[in-house]
Design a protein around this ligand. Structure first.
Ligand SMILES: N[C@@H](CCC(=O)N[C@@H](CS)C(=O)NCC(=O)O)C(=O)O
Length: 203
């Protein structure tokens, strides 16, 4: 088993943090995303037709892409500590917050980068106005998340979950497009300090 990885990119980091929280060791193989090896014929036909990272490759050659799917795989194999909920209600609640973090914060943050940065020129169609709108959406989501965190320690409640990981990766990646926690967003700053102090944050 190994994970095709890229240390600078936010989606692979979601998986690395998740795995670090589980306390398991999985070998990582770096893919040269700068030279778009992930978008080449070989990678697309053999690893992931979407041409993106991360990809989990199992010993039988099965390749599983999509960060959420890879996290699910490890959650099923290693349920402790639970990062995706413990019973029907809790699992649904974590999933709700995870999807909110993905669609309301992570996606607009990465779009603010993708839609205007030279790295993605020729990889995806770019509309700079869409980058600006996405940045604005991500900033609004940060303000909303600050309110959410007023009465709870973590995003989905009192336990650290995958929703925190997705939000943490979005906030940290936001630096490259100048999306930042504002000085008055004290709840968000407190939460970010806490998740950043976990050993997994180094992943
Ligand atoms: N939906 C996918 C998104 C994967 C993705 O967009 N990966 C980015 C890195 S964060 C990538 O491979 N970028 C390089 C490229 O698009 O060429 C997931 O959840 O893993």
């Amino acid at each position: 088993m190994k994970i095709h990885d890229a240390t600078t990119a936010p989606n692979p980091r979601r998986v690395r943090i998740f795995i670090a929280e589980k306390g398991i060791e999985v070998p990582y193989e770096q893919v040269d995303i700068v030279n778009a090896v992930n978008r080449g014929e070989e990678f697309r036909t053999q690893k992931n037709p979407m041409g993106t990272l991360p990809v989990l490759e199992l010993d039988d050659g099965t390749c599983i892409a999509e960060s959420g799917a890879i996290c699910r795989y490890f959650e099923e194999l290693y349920p402790d500590p639970p990062l995706m909920g413990v019973d029907a209600q809790d699992k649904a609640t974590v999933e709700m917050w995870n999807r909110r973090m993905e669609f309301e914060l992570f996606q607009p943050t990465t779009l603010a980068f993708q839609q205007q940065h030279a790295f993605f020129k020729g990889r995806v169609p770019q509309v700079p106005e869409y980058a600006a709108v996405s940045k604005e959406k991500a900033e609004k989501s940060l303000a909303w998340l600050d309110e959410v965190l007023a009465d709870r320690q973590y995003i989905a409640g009192e336990r650290y979950t995958v929703a925190d990981i997705v939000a943490q990766c979005a906030v940290d990646f936001g630096r490259v497009v100048k999306i930042a926690i504002q000085p008055d967003q004290k709840n968000l700053a407190r939460w970010h300090e806490e998740v950043s102090a976990r050993p997994s944050a180094k992943a």
